[in-house]
Design a protein around this ligand. Structure first.
Ligand SMILES: [Zn+2]
Length: 285
């Protein structure tokens, strides 16, 4: 072989060797079977994504999967122990994620100036409260198969947080209650925006405890309940985009000042909206 051909051959060998070495880096990394967002924590909502052909089980119970492979689940305020998520793909791959549910500490707060009839409802009002609770439960039983819950949630109003999820409350010095939502103080009439897309499953002008009430179903029975509204701008069965105005801040129902109370549910579990939100300047004070 002439020397020139030999040198060319050596160069070809070097290039082939280099290509082989870097080949693994040029290939896209294998997609993990499951991606999760959110913690296993009291009040926490976890959002997940997997392949569309997978089966997802939480503690042995099958979860809904949207057409693009999204699923969700959450943990109520008093949940404890360990929860296990098992994902099985059609090709036989499986992934099991077992995590302890993080416990939180919840504050004790005193709330004064609450109208006494809202703490000691009479017989007529007890009937009304039961009927309204039925409407709320029926609304929260509805579900969309799409995954509006998969977005980055936004604040429905900008304002100071005046009440956190999970706190124990004592009203007027005697009535104990647990606070299952996030309170954001804002002036009466401030527009309230949908924190995530979904469908309106309940509107009510004046419920006994919650006043002007809107419930939005974000998919798979993740819902937002927005209450004490002074005005409602949406109708039941209306699809809404994230950021759409659904009504205005008020102090209807059991409230001592104008604010938005935002409760969240996943099925029967009551969740903390604050865990889904980016922090704001008012919170960093
Ligand atoms: Zn509240």
């Amino acid at each position: 072989m002439p020397p020139l051909a030999k040198r060319a051959l050596v160069w070809v060998a070097v290039i082939v060797a280099l290509l082989l070495i870097f080949k693994t880096d040029l290939l896209p990394a294998a997609e993990p079977l499951v991606q999760l967002r959110g913690e296993f924590i009291q009040g926490g909502l976890v959002r997940g994504k997997t392949t569309v052909d997978s089966t997802v089980e939480l503690d042995g119970r099958k979860l809904r999967l949207s057409e693009d492979g999204q699923f969700t689940f959450g943990f109520g305020r008093d949940r404890s122990g360990v929860s296990t998520l098992k994902v099985t793909a059609e090709d036989g791959r499986t992934e099991t994620i077992e995590r302890a549910i993080t416990a939180r500490e919840f504050a004790l707060t005193e709330v004064n100036g609450v109208a006494e009839d809202k703490l000691k409802p009479n017989t007529d009002n007890l009937g009304r409260i039961a009927a309204e609770q039925k409407l709320i439960n029926a609304a929260r039983a509805k579900h969309l198969t799409t995954a509006g819950f998969g977005v980055d949630f936004i604040w429905p109003v900008e304002g100071r947080v005046s009440g956190h999820f999970g706190s124990r409350r004592v009203f007027n010095g005697w009535k104990k209650s647990t606070h299952y939502g996030l309170d954001i103080a804002a002036a009466e009439g401030t527009p309230v925006r949908a924190p995530a897309p979904g469908i309106v499953v309940l509107t009510h002008e004046d419920m006994y405890y919650t006043g002007g009430t809107v419930i939005i179903e974000h998919g798979h029975r993740v819902s937002s309940t927005l209450i004490h509204l002074s005005k409602i701008d949406v109708k039941e069965r209306q699809y809404i985009k994230q950021g759409d105005i659904i009504g205005e801040v008020g102090m209807t129902g059991r409230a001592t000042g104008p604010h938005l109370h935002w409760g969240m549910n996943w099925e029967g579990e009551r969740l903390d909206p604050e865990l889904l939100l980016p922090t704001t300047a008012s919170e960093q004070e």
